[in-house]
Design a protein around this ligand. Structure first.
Ligand code: AMP
Length: 379
């Protein structure tokens, strides 16, 4: 086991998006130095880092230069080649590991891992041709959903099959990318996610489940705490802890789940901070970003307690109408609203540009305010 990396040390973050940016802000607040690495020179995490490397994921020379001087390395983006993590890990400990990353970035490996551990997930069949897809649809039944094994997120690389007579050759052509996973459709009532952190010495911390509401397959609102029973809350947290232990996580992970008739079905794992945990910055004892830093550096984990019910509203590029910046004053005059902008430059439809957290004495009040703000911003 490595000695903890104490404040004053340097953390290297692979990936330069908003998750890296907010992790870097948390790290700098604690007195760490931060280096970022991303193929883009305008990565928004770079703006808050001490230094930034712009290079390809397989640029061995640039990776070495980046990792040299770092006491710990981590990542904020799932589609990094595991070989990149292996390379930098030879210079300083990188959490999560290449093994954890390889499982979480591929739906086939992820599903097979969950099934092997006895974690409840939707029935699935791995398919690699349209003939196999036809056989799988017969086995699983409709409705079902075909997902690409690699590089899927926010509903991308997915096709729902609702009719047994669908032309599956067309579906395969559109989605089929070598290997796919055909999954039974889960008629869930709620989507929730649980964030869990684990250190190298096996200490864990788990957050209350957040309830996630999507629009056009992208997270729209995240409610904390989720509107679920105490038994479901406990089960969701226990499942997240079990997954973190079984996968030997070091770092932070979000576990996305469906709730159907009080039962939990695990959908996806993300071994990094998650959009549904952004409200922890303003509404919990320790933010997911600080917890990420603590877990990766081997520090004691912070308390996860909810200080106030909250709702996180994503600010997508769609709100920048005709290139016009939204009316920030309208948000800021709401005393309980906290504005987070990622300094990403050009807004485009579906692009995550920032978020707002609204806290209130009750979740209902926070939700009402968030919905009203969204309506006003959308006008
Ligand atoms: P994913 O990329 O797997 O997180 O899927 C994106 C969204 O599609 C999820 O948040 C769900 O709303 C929906 N979805 C994915 N898989 C299923 C499923 N098996 N049953 C029902 N809805 C699903």
């Amino acid at each position: 086991m490595s000695a903890p990396l104490l404040p004053g040390g340097t953390i290297g973050i692979l990936g330069g998006g908003q998750l890296g940016r907010m992790s870097a802000i948390a790290a700098r607040r604690m007195g760490y130095k931060v280096k970022t690495f991303d193929p883009s020179s305008s990565a928004c995490a770079a703006m808050v880092a001490d230094s930034h490397t712009t290079a390809a994921w397989d640029d061995a020379k640039a990776l070495k230069k980046f990792a040299d001087g770092c006491g710990r390395l981590t990542l904020e983006f799932e589609n990094i080649p595991p070989a990149t993590v292996t390379q930098v890990n030879a210079i300083a400990p990188c959490h999560p590991s290449a093994e954890v990353l390889a499982i979480c970035q591929n739906r086939r490996r992820e599903k097979e891992f969950l099934k092997a551990q006895g974690i409840p997930c939707a029935n699935f069949v791995v398919v690699s041709s349209h003939e196999e897809l036809s056989a799988a649809v017969k086995k699983i039944g409709v409705p079902c959903v075909l997902k690409t094994a690699d590089f899927g997120y926010d509903g991308k690389g997915q096709a729902k099959i609702t009719d047994a007579d669908t032309n599956l050759e067309n579906v395969w052509e559109k989605i089929g990318d070598g290997v796919g996973v055909l999954e039974a459709w889960v008629p869930f009532q709620l989507e929730i996610s649980v964030i869990v952190a684990r250190t190298e010495d096996g200490k864990t911390a788990v957050y209350d489940p957040a309830e996630n509401i999507h629009r056009n397959h992208i997270l729209h609102l995240s409610l904390s705490p989720a509107r679920i029973s105490e038994a479901t809350r406990r089960e969701a947290q226990e499942l997240a802890l079990k997954i973190a232990e079984k996968i030997k996580l070091v770092g932070l992970m979000a576990v996305e789940m469906f709730v159907q008739d009080g039962r939990i079905i695990v959908n996806e794992l993300a071994p990094r901070p998650h959009n549904s945990g952004h409200q922890t910055f303003d509404a919990n004892q320790t933010s997911q970003f600080e917890q990420h830093v603590r877990a990766v550096c081997g520090l004691p984990l912070g308390g996860t307690q909810i200080l106030k019910p909250s709702v996180m509203l994503n600010l997508l590029g769609d709100l920048w109408r005709n290139g016009q910046t939204p009316d920030w004053a309208m948000i800021l005059k709401e005393p309980a609203a906290k504005l987070h902008l990622y300094d990403k430059g050009q807004a485009s439809a579906g692009r995550k540009m920032g978020h707002i957290t609204i806290t209130a004495d009750t979740l209902e009040d926070a939700l009402k305010k968030a919905e009203a703000l969204f309506v006003a911003l959308s006008k």
